[in-house]
Write a protein that binds this ligand. Structure first.
Ligand SMILES: Cc1cc2nc3c(=O)[nH]c(=O)nc-3n(C[C@H](O)[C@H](O)[C@H](O)COP(=O)(O)O)c2cc1C
Length: 360
């Protein structure tokens, strides 16, 4: 019997198109892109990291600047769409608790959180309807989170995002497993997390597959395996609605497979990026010492860190590519044009639907 695409249910939240936008920091996935995605019936995600960067307040009061900018971004997205909009918060942030609380109180539909196990997340969303989605890269991490949340807070995750080694940005894998990532790893991880998701509650927790899912055909493979949704990011950068500088998008369009590299990041995880003059300097072991009046990452010691990742990512969205880290997924060399978010998502969903009917 063939099956079509089904809405993704995250707790009591219904996402008509079972596609989630991956959070992209710093300031790559802002309210504009998230609202455009949500308007298509998918789930939009604002990256909650360092949204105050570049403002005078950021230097004088970093936590307040981040908090206020996050609140504003949520209000902006909510005013622009009636669709589903959530927030992505990196577990490595020093102001993680504050941002999670702010997002939940400002009415984020969900919080997705990775780069460390989000063991305290339920505490920050208490008393709100915000659904909670850990981002994991192993079945073991999913099991630890589910067990800990049940014991400490009497709740379970509303969904799991499983991010494999082909994703962009920071990656929960050892460097040696990323160059190049072995095929089929995400499929294996999805199976592992599905097993945990089946056992941790009376009804199975939905699992969302992420990392290297380029088109509807890829997505259908994961739906056929039992995933309830897919998360995509890289392709959404190449849309009219993504607000990064044109040179950032042009770098995506011109990237060849050999331009995609793995770098070390002060976050303490490897990251996948496109080569820029700055990235080339990092690869040669040259750093860029910096002064930091606050510390945004738990893992970063500004006195010894080779460079400031927040600044390098901020330079990217502004188009200063000579001093930038431009994150991208391993399939970025397959991106050849800028389209509207609607054209991308509707084409993606139609292809997934057709392929799923063939597979199942
Ligand atoms: C430019 C860029 C920035 C990203 N930033 C974040 C981030 O701030 N937090 C996060 O959890 N994931 C981040 N990611 C990972 C994505 O959310 C997503 O899971 C992944 O890239 C999906 O794979 P795809 O890009 O191949 O579609 C980033 C990815 C990209 C391409």
């Amino acid at each position: 019997m063939s099956r079509g695409l089904r809405p993704l249910l995250i707790g009591d939240l219904k996402v008509e198109l079972p596609i989630v936008q991956g959070g992209m920091g710093v300031m790559v996935s802002t309210a504009t892109l998230a609202a455009a995605v949500a308007d298509c019936g998918a789930a939009g995600t604002i990256a909650g990291v360092a949204l105050g960067y570049g403002t005078p307040e950021n230097e004088s009061d970093y936590p307040a600047a981040s908090r206020n900018a996050l609140r504003e971004e949520i209000c902006k997205a909510k005013a622009a769409t009636k669709g589903v909009v959530g927030i992505n918060i990196l577990g490595a942030l020093t102001n993680y608790d504050d941002l999670a609380r702010t997002a939940a109180q400002a009415g984020a539909d969900f919080i997705a959180s990775g780069a460390g196990l989000p063991l305290s997340l339920p505490q920050h969303a208490e008393g709100t309807d915000t659904r909670l989605i850990p981002i994991v890269s192993s079945g073991r991490a999913a099991a630890i989170i589910a067990r800990s949340w049940k014991k400490r807070y009497g709740r379970i995750p509303d969904a799991f995002i499983v991010e494999g080694p082909m994703a962009g940005g920071h990656l929960g894998f050892h460097k040696r497993d990323l160059q190049p990532p072995a095929p089929g790893v995400l499929e294996e991880l999805v199976r592992e997390v599905l097993a945990v998701a089946r056992d941790c509650a009376d009804s199975p927790v939905p699992v969302i597959a992420a990392g290297g899912i380029f088109d509807g055909k890829d997505a259908a493979r994961f739906f056929a395996l039992g995933a309830s949704g897919v998360q995509i990011a890289t392709r959404l950068v190449a849309t009219h609605e993504c607000s990064v500088a044109q040179s950032f998008k042009d770098l995506y369009l011109s990237a060849r497979p050999e331009d995609v590299v793995i770098i070390d990041s002060p976050v303490g995880m490897p990251g996948r990026a496109i080569r820029t003059p700055f990235v080339d300097r990092l690869l040669r072991g040259e750093g860029e010492p910096f002064h930091c009046g606050y510390q945004c990452l738990k893992t970063c010691d500004p006195r010894t860190a080779p460079y400031c990742i927040a600044k390098a990512l901020f330079n990217a969205v502004r188009g200063d590519l000579d001093h930038a880290v431009v994150f991208a997924g391993s399939n970025v060399s397959r991106v050849h044009e800028i389209v509207s978010t609607r054209e991308l998502l509707e084409g993606f969903a139609a292809e997934a639907q057709a392929e799923l009917a063939r597979l199942v």
